[in-house]
Write a protein that binds this ligand. Structure first.
Ligand code: PLP
Length: 397
């Protein structure tokens, strides 16, 4: 798995040069806790045969609530099921305002509840849901707003809270990327009716598969505990249509150990993000997501935005990086309102979301990515951009 840069030759691999990386540099590698410790914590559950939704899940819920500084955490099988169940437990009907520049699971949760998605535009700098456009998209049928902390960059929960209160709406956050995000000194997780985190392998806190709902609403927490267990609150006569969305004990043991790694992980991700910005900031036509000065992002993803008019299109750079043995993704492209399941809901323009999505390219970022590997990715981008613009100039004369 040696993926150290081997050459700094000026010719990009896409044009016949030697690839910067000898072997593929993965887009994501989860940082996992020491297995022996996890197995030790798991062994008692295994020994007594209580291997799902038991004592370890409960310990994880307490640890998560303490970390996030919220009253209640309810562990579930995924962020998607958590979002689905929160919308269900809140008994919503009608429309939900959510961003188009997000992962499709945000929208799926609404569709599973037969709620009509209404797409709010994104802020051009933070790439998060734009509260001013949320306000414009509210109608008499609106039941709720879903905010998303894109890549772990805290969205404007303050303004969304104010709007939701004034218009009498529920407010939910898809916090899939945000375990460890800070707004000022305060962990992201305590706003709105609920915030839902993902614990899948690509996220900052990993349970294998899993999610956690954070809420300060005791009644909602109680309903969610029933909802994740088919809707049964113990009477064997469900008053809520639930799912089996329980978290297995092994996953909880992973997450519980993972919480202890979070601060170090996020520190490293912030270092890598800073290195990318320093190295790529001088390239013409490359822009970055803006994090407000008092906030800390998890940098669950690091995406660059390429101005098609000045630099090269993201798909072309992605292909060039593939030739250099660098894996990339395009989070999130296309935006929700242009996807098959969603486009018939959208009869209006969502210009910022389109613009951001059209230029987006996500680069590898994870704690085990070494400084030299970050430099290698940057060298690969730089030499392709330079070569391409020189060829463009040559073609002009
Ligand atoms: C990953 C992700 C989800 C889904 O999380 P799962 O735990 O895989 O269900 C939801 N929303 C966003 C923004 C995500 O990135």
């Amino acid at each position: 798995m040696s993926t150290c840069p081997v050459t700094k030759s000026e010719i990009p691999a896409a044009f016949g040069g030697r690839p910067v990386f000898e072997t593929p540099l993965r887009f994501i590698t989860p940082t996992l806790p020491d297995l022996d410790g996890v197995l030790q914590a798991y062994a008692p559950a295994y020994a007594c045969g209580l291997i799902t939704n038991g004592a370890i899940v409960e310990r994880f819920e307490h640890a998560a609530a303490e970390y996030l500084r919220v009253r209640h955490c309810v562990a579930v099988s995924s962020c998607t099921s958590g979002l689905m169940l929160v919308l269900r437990a809140l008994d919503l009907t009608g429309e939900v305002v959510l961003p188009s520049f997000t992962f499709f699971a945000t929208g799926h949760a609404a569709l599973w509840n037969r709620l009509r998605p209404v797409f709010a535009d994104s802020e051009p700098d933070t790439w998060n849901i734009d509260p001013a456009d949320v306000e414009r998209k509210i109608t008499g049928r609106t039941a709720a707003i879903i905010g998303v902390h894109v890549y772990g960059n805290p969205c404007d929960a303050g303004r969304l809270t104010e709007i939701a209160a004034r218009r009498g709406l529920k407010l939910i956050f898809d916090a899939a990327h945000a375990f460890g995000s800070l707004h000022g000194d305060c962990p992201v997780g305590g706003s709105g009716d609920a915030e839902v985190f993902s614990l899948s392998p690509t996220k900052t806190l990993v349970a294998g598969e899993g999610g956690v709902v954070a809420t300060n609403d005791a009644l909602l927490a109680r309903r969610l505990r029933a909802a994740r267990n088919y809707g049964d609150s113990g009477s064997y006569d469900c008053d809520l249509l639930g799912l089996n969305a329980r978290m297995p004990e092994f996953n909880a043991a992973l997450a519980l150990a993972g919480i202890l790694l979070t601060e170090t992980k996020i520190g490293r991700l912030n270092q890598i993000a800073a290195a990318y910005r320093a190295e790529l900031g001088r390239l013409p036509g490359v822009l970055f997501q803006c994090v407000r000065p008092d906030d800390r992002s998890t940098w669950k993803d690091f995406s660059i935005w390429l101005d098609a008019g000045r630099g090269c299109p993201p798909d072309e750079l992605a292909a060039a990086l593939r030739a250099e043995n660098v894996e990339t993704r395009r989070y999130f492209h296309p935006p929700l309102h242009r996807q098959r399941l969603y486009r018939h809901f959208c009869t209006y323009a969502v210009p910022n979301a389109e613009r951001i999505s059209d230029g987006i390219l996500s680069l590898p970022i994870y704690p085990s990515l070494a400084d030299e590997q970050v430099q290698g990715v940057c060298a690969a981008i730089r030499r392709f951009a330079e070569y391409r613009s020189e060829r463009g100039r040559a073609a002009d004369v």
